[in-house]
Write a protein that binds this ligand. Structure first.
Ligand code: PLP
Length: 293
């Protein structure tokens, strides 16, 4: 959905310890042009971002999102973001969201070619209605990622653990999934391990154990997965990081794709083969994810 609020941010130095950053924010018309044509975010996808779920004006899991923004910036050799400044930008954008579900995006770009500084902005928009998908689930197909499990650690310049603006590949994978009659995709390494979806993390249930692929395998560490794990551990479940093969997924007792805005979507089929679901458990997961976190 198109943003209903946009805030340009003059990025502060990471060491700037003032308590009020409001004079570094300028609210702009979200439907008017705001970026220079020399922007490297638009020319090369050179920048990092976060999408934060907002429920009734409360931004969910702000701290893990800010920590991941800083981690992505570090992997991309971008100046370290001043987290207090971004925290205040999130609060400001959340204040514009109103009732219901919304999404705040934070963007930190390399800036203008040969320009003095990175460019930064935040937007707020209404979120799509995911009620049905959270209940009825999604069919997924597995798609070759083209890398082996060690690529992330062996080749850090691939930026596999950073949430960069270069999402053209992720969007292409979603289109391929739809061409194959599915709703979403799960990337698989060339050596046969399942990783993540183009915009979500994978969690599977095997008996009373919950398993997710370890972020060291060149995937994004999902804030929703982290939050679900905290919740599961409080309930006494084992929640572990591991390597998962495509056949582990096929044998799962249940599986979900989890992400900040869609929340927990139960997987109903993998490559056309039905997977068991647990509607009551899924409903309780989404109740938790919809509560203030
Ligand atoms: N993996 C990828 C590639 C993503 O793009 C996302 C979110 O967009 C996730 C996982 C899930 O992350 P989060 O739970 O923080 O939304």
């Amino acid at each position: 959905m198109s943003p209903r609020f946009a805030l340009m941010i003059v990025p502060a130095d990471v060491a700037d310890d003032r308590t009020d950053f409001s004079d570094t924010f300028t609210a702009v018309d979200p439907s008017a042009p705001a970026l220079s044509v020399g922007e490297l975010s638009t020319q090369r996808g050179d920048g990092v971002f976060e999408s934060i779920g907002v429920i009734d004006g409360h931004a969910q899991e702000t701290e893990p999102h800010l920590q991941r923004l800083a981690h992505s910036a570090k992997l991309c050799d971008l100046p370290a973001p001043n987290l207090e400044q971004w925290r205040q930008a999130v609060e400001r954008a959340a204040g514009e969201c109103g009732p219901g579900e919304s999404v705040i995006k934070l963007i930190l770009s390399r800036g203008v070619e040969h320009g003095p500084a990175p460019t930064a902005w935040a937007t707020a928009a209404g979120a799509p209605d995911f009620t049905a998908v959270r209940r009825d689930g999604i069919r997924v197909v597995t798609l070759d990622r083209g890398y082996d499990l060690g690529a992330g650690e062996r080749a850090p310049w691939l930026l596999l653990g950073a949430k960069t603006l270069s999402y053209a590949v992720n969007m292409a994978a979603l289109r391929e999934a739809r061409r194959r009659g599915a709703d979403d995709a799960i990337f698989v390494t060339s050596d046969g391990y399942v990783l993540e979806a183009p915009t979500a993390s994978l969690i599977i249930r095997s008996g009373d154990r919950f398993l997710t692929p370890a972020p060291s395998g060149g995937i994004l560490h999902g804030t929703t997965q982290l939050s679900v794990y905290e919740h599961l551990e409080k309930q006494g479940f084992d929640a572990e990081y591991t390597t998962l093969s495509a056949s582990d997924l096929a044998k799962a007792d249940a599986a979900w794709l989890v992400s900040s805005v869609r929340l927990a979507a139960p997987i109903t089929a993998v490559d056309g083969v039905p997977l068991p679901t647990d509607p009551d458990f899924t409903a309780s997961l989404n109740d938790y994810l919809l509560s203030p976190r």
